[in-house]
Design a protein around this ligand. Structure first.
Ligand SMILES: [Zn+2]
Length: 583
């Protein structure tokens, strides 16, 4: 099922709510207050708490449903202090690493009217061990799959991510499969967007035999964790409360272990005791890169937080400004890119993902340029392009079939995007294009003048950038930020050389754009002895002409050096055959 069929399915479900018993999209989970008991040696988790659900459908709802990971079991369900009837069913879906959830279907004591709320007290328990079923069943080799789905509770390594990885807190999402193109990411993006204003408070408690453990999560720490002995011979226990409020697009993630915190002026690295030296390499890298990030974003207002994943195969993961990663400093270049990303988060706060994440990804590309030059940066960006081309193609195909209303066309505009391929990759390119158009200085001043508390409307960033560049950028923000117009596709339609008296040439190049987004793009005249480039604004579904002076006979005209993302970069050059009798 592609992303738009899925959307159509959602609409179908919600409009038929009065007939169907279960509307999985009816309730928004607006407030969580949980206590989690984690026993690493038993791989066990037990939770108890309260969740407030708000009915955001247009119909009264008598049935509510909640999903948790399939290795957990529901134990308790109460409303207003009284047990309520509920049934549990296994439900196949790839929102959880096990490829399935345990769904509780709860009959409420009274129907909840539209916009009404109900508080449900619930408990659940079970185990969370490493499980990559959702990946192995679509053919991913087990070692690769477990490197991606590394979440687990165990004596040697406890780290668990939330929505999209492990349903360790209750959610409710219509089934989505990894084998259906972008559908899973779309469903997860929709859920996160819905929950962005919600609050999740969790008291993380642990039980251990001998030594105290530390809890690190990517929310706000509400108090210092204290350890206390349990009954004679029962080991020790402790709790650390964290608050995720508002949740935003954060994936609530916790790690529990025998961590030591390495504190440097800008950075805290939580590492296992044996890895102090490599933890120091991370902090040093951040320290060295701080002046570079400060040039762009000003002084950091927050610390860089790195949490060690004590599993060398685990893929690094970043959310909520905290970076979870195995520590490895053998190759300094990727480490520098990671630290630039985290420094960007520590320096630029924004509730808009295309700004918060987009700028962090953009500065990674700029750092890649610092390392090995512009071509390396363009290669780094184009390595991330294929999923964006794929996602934009899905939008185009839906539009061609008439499935997309104007409101839908705005769905994955950068300003509204909930799918990370847009607010990571497309946003990275948008910032890079702005930099190419305006220059470093104007863009740096614009970014440094940004204040998240003043960002009340989508055009705020446009006004800051225009104030610094003295250029009207309405067209750019319209085509790349406020609307999802897909990607351009450039071709060199024609290229005519003319020899000038002084031995120079002028190459007249006509560039065609068959896409729906305008862009300013470099056009290059190449000769055996060198090349000359000009920038050209090419309209959507149109052509533009540029004349390039070059001191030798041009042999080729090329549009786009890779700095503008386009749907097909294989049709961008035209070889020039010399005129039959040159003067
Ligand atoms: Zn990030």
């Amino acid at each position: 099922m592609n992303r738009f069929l899925l959307l159509a399915f959602f609409v179908l479900v919600s409009t038929s709510a009065c007939f169907a018993a279960l509307d999985r999209g009816a309730f928004t989970f607006i407030n969580y207050d949980l206590e989690l008991r984690v026993d690493p040696s038993g791989q066990a988790l037990a939770a108890r708490g309260k969740i407030i659900l708000r009915n955001d459908s247009g119909e009264p709802q008598k049935i509510a449903a909640m999903q948790i990971s399939s290795t957990l079991s529901w134990r308790l369900m109460q409303v207003a202090g009284k047990p309520v009837q509920f049934e549990t069913q296994p439900y196949t879906t790839d929102i959880d690493h096990t490829g399935s959830v345990a769904e509780a279907i709860i009959t409420l004591p009274a129907a909840v009217p539209p916009q009404g709320t109900v508080e449900i007290e619930m408990g659940y328990s079970g185990t969370i061990s490493a499980d990559a079923t959702r990946l192995t069943r679509i053919g991913t080799p087990a070692t690769v799959a477990l490197g991606s789905d590394w979440d687990q509770i165990s004596a040697s390594f406890t780290a668990v991510r939330g929505i999209g990885f492990v349903a360790w807190y209750p959610v409710e999402i219509e089934a989505a499969s990894l084998s259906s193109g972008n559908a899973l990411f779309q469903a997860l993006g929709d859920w996160k967007a819905r929950e962005a204003q919600s609050s999740l408070k969790v008291n993380f408690c642990w039980i251990n035999d001998e030594s105290p453990l530390t809890v690190v999560a990517n929310g706000q720490l509400l108090g210092i964790g204290r350890a206390s002995p349990r009954e004679e011979g029962q080991g020790i226990t402790g709790c650390t409360p964290y608050h995720f409020a508002p949740l935003g697009l954060t994936v609530p993630t916790f790690a529990i272990g025998n961590f030591v915190a390495l504190q440097q002026p800008l950075t805290t690295v939580y590492h296992i005791p044996e890895h102090e030296a490599v933890a120091g390499d991370y902090a040093t890298a951040a320290q060295k890169l701080a002046p570079f990030v400060e040039q762009w974003l000003g002084q950091p207002h927050d610390r860089v937080r790195v949490v060690e994943l004590n599993s060398a195969q685990a893929a690094p993961f970043e959310s909520g400004g905290v970076f979870f990663t195995p520590l490895n400093s053998e190759d300094p270049k990727p480490l520098q890119l990671q630290m630039v990303h985290q420094l960007a988060h520590a320096s630029l706060a924004s509730d808009r993902p295309w700004i918060y994440e987009g700028v962090a990804h953009f500065l990674q590309a700029v750092e890649r340029e610092q390392q090995d030059g512009r071509q390396a940066a363009l290669d780094y960006m184009s390595g991330q392009l294929p999923p964006l081309v794929e996602a934009e193609r899905a939008v185009d195909e839906a539009a061609a079939k008439g499935q997309s209303s104007p409101a839908e066309a705005e769905r994955q505009s950068l300003i509204n995007a909930t799918d990370d391929v847009f607010y990571h990759t497309k946003a990275m390119y948008a910032w890079w294009m702005l930099r190419d158009m305006l220059g470093d200085q104007a863009l740096r001043r614009a970014l440094q003048s940004y204040r998240t508390e003043q960002d009340k409307e989508p055009s705020y960033m446009q006004r800051l950038v225009q104030a610094q560049s003295k250029q009207n950028l309405e067209w750019f923000f319209d085509d790349w930020v406020y609307r999802d117009r897909g990607l351009p596709d450039f071709q060199v339609e024609s290229a005519y050389p003319r020899k000038l008296l002084a031995g120079e040439y002028v190459l007249t190049v006509t560039v065609k754009n068959t896409g729906d987004a305008r862009a300013e793009v470099p056009v290059t005249a190449k000769a055996a002895q060198g090349e000359m480039s000009h920038r050209l604004l090419v309209p959507a579904k149109g052509t533009a002409v540029v004349r390039i002076r070059i001191p030798a006979a041009p042999t080729e005209a090329v549009v786009n050096d890779g700095s503008v993302p386009e749907s097909d970069a294989n049709n961008n050059s035209l070889k020039i055959t010399p005129p039959p009798h040159s003067p």
